[in-house]
Design a protein around this ligand. Structure first.
Ligand SMILES: [Zn+2]
Length: 383
């Protein structure tokens, strides 16, 4: 799947209007076209309907039936991960998404689709270009969400054929050196065009280490700024193995980027900048549409969340509140805070960074955000 399609699907899920029925969100890892943990999955499915009666039970069973049917008939042979969203009731909804990278085995029933794992996937694997150079050829590939989705360019100059018997070894080597130089220059031009046309912001060079180093050296400034890493490969390496190696390099760089975003937020908080940390303040800023970038630690485990069923305001509290601070009503429903955060952030088009490991962010509650502007209340306290 391409990143732009995943973005579209996430937006659809984040803005799906509530209905009378709940949504089953189901993520699974696949191997050789089948579920990796079939029995664990079946046990989880049974748990979902336990103790549920009436229409709610029928709706859950219908949604799960739809998912089971798809798993039996709709899996792509090369899918490694699948995400399924199903809702029965008066406004049925069904969306299956298949990926070339694994997803955690996870299932939940909620009012809204649970999109956190899709958001994490989008942040981890998004999109980059690999240029594989060898002595004989250059290939430029686009990698989307952990899979090659396009061969942007392929070139195999027929150099060896032109080296006739009349050429001396020396002559050939000089020719080859000049030619490699010219070859590198030409290919950088093509790379530049392809990257700017496709709006691609990340580049990895791979293949023959000597040629890759030459390419890196000759990259113009604006392309050098997009270069994430150089991944050398031996002459006989298969393109698929080279791409696999670049994926690891990309995931590492993406993690560094997310970590920097977390550090920026914490620095801003400490220096009175436009940012906040902790589950409560972050959720509040999201609900007031003041968030620029949301930064979450993978290990973020917030206290329970509560949503007022009258005015819709959500808050983080260990125990269920007695009265809503906004509208005085007393009815609340339980809320998955992490899911609510990513749902609101995606709905409003905020950037989201998921950090795998950040002790600093975890020490500040595991979540934070940079802000577009301060709340009115904050101005009052500051005055
Ligand atoms: Zn309320």
């Amino acid at each position: 799947m391409e990143l732009k399609n995943l973005r579209k699907h996430i937006h659809t899920l984040a803005t799906l209007p509530d209905s009378d029925a709940e949504v089953v969100s189901c993520y699974l890892t696949l191997q050789a076209g089948d579920l990796t943990g079939r029995s664990a999955f079946d046990a989880q499915v049974r748990l979902l309907t336990q103790g549920v009666t009436g229409t709610a039970r029928q709706d859950s069973e219908d949604a799960l039936g739809r998912i089971q049917k798809f798993l039996a008939t709709g899996l792509l042979p090369d899918a490694r991960g699948i995400a399924l969203f199903a809702r029965a009731g008066a406004e049925p909804f069904f969306l299956p998404l298949q990926f070339r990278v694994p997803l955690p085995n996870w299932i939940a029933v909620d009012i809204s689709p649970n999109i956190y794992h899709l958001v994490e996937l989008k942040d981890t694997y998004h999109r980059y270009v690999v240029m594989i150079s060898t002595e004989e050829s250059v290939r430029i590939l686009e990698v989307n969400l952990g899979a090659v989705t396009a061969e942007l360019w392929k070139d195999r100059p027929e150099l060896r054929k032109r080296v006739g018997r009349e050429w001396t070894k020396n002559h050939y080597q000089n020719h080859r050196r000049d030619r490699t130089q010219k070859f590198v220059k030409e290919k950088i031009k093509i790379l530049d065009k392809l990257m700017s046309a496709g709006g691609l912001a990340h580049l990895i060079l791979a293949g023959n280490p000597r040629i890759a180093a030459q390419v890196a050296q000759q990259l113009p400034k604006h392309l050098a700024a997009k270069l994430i890493d150089t991944v050398p490969a031996s002459g006989g390496a298969k393109a698929s193995d080279i791409v696999q190696a670049t994926i690891s390099a990309f995931v590492q760089e993406e993690e560094n980027e997310s970590r920097r975003a977390a550090e920026d937020v914490i620095r801003a908080v400490r220096t009175g900048g436009l940012a906040t940390v902790g589950a409560g303040p972050t959720l509040e800023a999201l609900q007031e549409s003041r968030v620029d970038k949301l930064v979450l630690a993978q290990g973020f485990k917030p206290a329970p969340g509560w949503q007022c069923t009258t005015c819709g305001i959500a808050l983080v509290e260990t125990t269920k509140p007695l009265k809503c601070s906004q509208c005085d009503a007393g009815e609340f429903r339980g809320l998955d805070v992490k899911e609510e955060m990513v749902r609101v952030a995606e709905r409003d088009g905020c950037d989201i960074e998921v950090v795998q490991e950040s002790d600093t962010l975890m020490a500040h509650g595991g979540v934070g955000c940079s802000l577009q502007y301060r709340s009115a209340a904050e101005y009052v306290t500051r005055a």
